[in-house]
Write a protein that binds this ligand. Structure first.
Ligand SMILES: NC(=O)c1ccc[n+]([C@@H]2O[C@H](COP(=O)([O-])OP(=O)(O)OC[C@H]3O[C@@H](n4cnc5c(N)ncnc54)[C@H](O)[C@@H]3O)[C@@H](O)[C@H]2O)c1
Ligand SMILES: [Zn+2]
Length: 441
């Protein structure tokens, strides 16, 4: 019967690798792990696994792991993230250099002659939009175009293998939150840590300026927002012309994500005058311009891209809250677009949080900035009206019985989510279930 090392250093034997503990671990040559039952090898080189619990759990459920398998421990990341969130009141910094204006793609000339790995999705790779990036690059270029919505750990592992084989000087993420988060995960889980440039093609996540990467463990149906400073991109290019062909339903979903980032950042425990300035500007701009962007206005889409970026900076510093915790739980389980989930949940969350005086005042200020009556109820109703105008369905597209059965698991996942500690009001499993029931199918 093989014995397993202590959980604190589950897969590391060489002193150098022990330094990585608490973040991620990679099996080296000669470090294959064999299950108690001696099952055949099921886990291949470069695969990424989230470790919930201890190593014995992985081994009893997972068979043999080969050299090159990568492990990370979400609770350890969670603890680090919470510690960081607790510090946000005293710190405010912006790392990515932003390029915007009439010819922002010219910034890519800084990568002239370099080996570049582009991370994108299949639609964007074949749409012709990607040529605007490729035409600027003069060195060797490889394209990883397999990103799907809500990128999985498995997909990130594939990307890590490609990154290792190609050895780029820089990675360029081209797309919405899914390609950007996948690229962040790839750079973070690989040993090379190449600099990451982000080029958003949706106005929604703000991922180009955040230290968040939301990855999905498809085996367990859980979405993990990793929060680590090292995930921050090196540079971001904001080119609104890329958004011209975004279909109305994607503009609606992603635009509601912007509003939710701003509304949660304003109310979050970590809010500061700096994050408030960005969040208030982002909310008011997005509230005014989203209907026009939805109708196809180029100028309005440009403003939405700016609002998305500002909201990203705001929540990166201030934190988010229970709306995103519930959206992550639902997204991991039902794979509904992230922004649509936030759109459904936000009005109820505003009412829930507004019970506290400080938060009610902050929402009232947001409402006033949007030209509404200065109170939280006016804000919540305005979000509901906006959502209807964008033709976002009122309920989740999930059968009622299936949804009811999933409620306890969803509430448990939301309570574990890294965004929850940022919420201004403490929240129980029962209260989460009640808010979820409001949007059930
Ligand atoms: N890292 C962060 O800070 C952060 C914040 C919020 C959400 N997220 C995550 O980001 C993901 C969602 O990202 P998203 O909402 O941008 O969606 P997405 O990246 O999944 O893209 C949605 C769809 O829009 C299409 N699309 C993208 N750009 C287009 C364009 N210019 N023209 C036409 N179609 C285009 C894509 O091909 C895709 O089909 C979720 O996994 C969510 O959890 C991350
Ligand atoms: Zn979001």
């Amino acid at each position: 019967m093989p014995t397993f090392p202590d959980f604190r250093y589950p897969l590391c034997r060489r002193p150098l690798e022990r330094k990585k503990c608490g973040r991620r671990w990679e099996l080296s040559q000669g470090e294959d792990m064999i299950s108690n039952a001696g099952e055949p090898c099921q886990r291949r080189r470069g695969e990424i696994h989230a470790v919930n619990g201890n190593l014995r759990n992985i081994c009893s459920s997972g068979g043999k792991f080969s050299a090159g398998a990568i492990f990370f421990h979400p609770p350890a990341i969670l603890t680090a993230s919470r510690k960081r969130q607790a510090e946000t009141m005293e710190t405010f910094w912006i790392k990515p250099k932003l390029y915007f204006g009439p010819e922002p793609m010219a910034a890519l000339d800084r990568l002239a002659g370099k080996r570049v790995l582009i991370v994108t999705d299949a639609f964007l790779a074949s749409s012709g939009l990607l040529d605007r990036v490729k035409n600027r690059l003069t060195g060797a270029v490889e394209i990883f175009d397999q990103v799907e919505p809500d990128p999985s750990l498995r997909l990130v592992a594939q990307g890590v293998r490609m990154l290792r084989d190609f050895g780029p000087d820089a990675v360029v993420a081209f797309g919405g939150g899914s390609p950007m988060d996948c690229a962040k995960g790839m750079c973070w889980f690989s040993d090379r840590h190449p600099p990451l440039w982000c080029i958003p093609t949706t106005a929604g996540t703000g991922s180009e300026v955040t230290s968040f990467a939301v990855l999905t463990d498809t085996d367990q149906g859980v979405k993990y927002p990793l929060v680590e400073e090292d995930l921050l991109p090196e540079a971001a290019i904001l080119d609104a012309s890329l958004l011209e062909g975004v279909p109305p339903h994607v503009t609606a979903d992603t635009g509601m994500d912007v509003l939710t980032h701003a509304a949660e950042a304003v109310a979050a425990k970590g809010a500061s005058p700096f994050s408030d300035a960005l969040a208030e500007k982002a909310f008011a701009l997005a509230y005014r311009r989203l209907p026009e962007a939805h109708a196809g206005s180029r100028e309005a889409k440009q403003d939405m891209l700016l609002a998305s970026c500002m909201a990203g900076m705001a929540f990166n510093a201030a934190g988010l809250g229970v709306c995103h915790s519930m959206a992550h739980a639902l997204g991991g389980r039902f794979h509904v677009p992230h922004g649509r989930l936030n759109a459904l949940l936000l009005p109820g969350v505003i009412q829930f949080n507004a019970v506290e005086q400080r938060t009610a005042e902050k929402y009232a200020r947001l409402a006033k900035l949007c030209g509404l009556a200065a109170n939280p109820r006016a804000l919540s109703s305005a979000v509901t009206r906006l959502r209807s105008g964008l033709k976002i369905p009122l309920k989740l597209p999930v059968p009622a019985q299936e949804f009811r059965a999933a409620l306890p698991g969803l509430a448990a996942a939301a309570l574990q989510d890294v965004c929850l500690p940022g919420n201004p009001r403490p929240v129980t499993a029962g209260e989460i279930e009640a808010m979820l029931r409001e949007i059930g199918g």
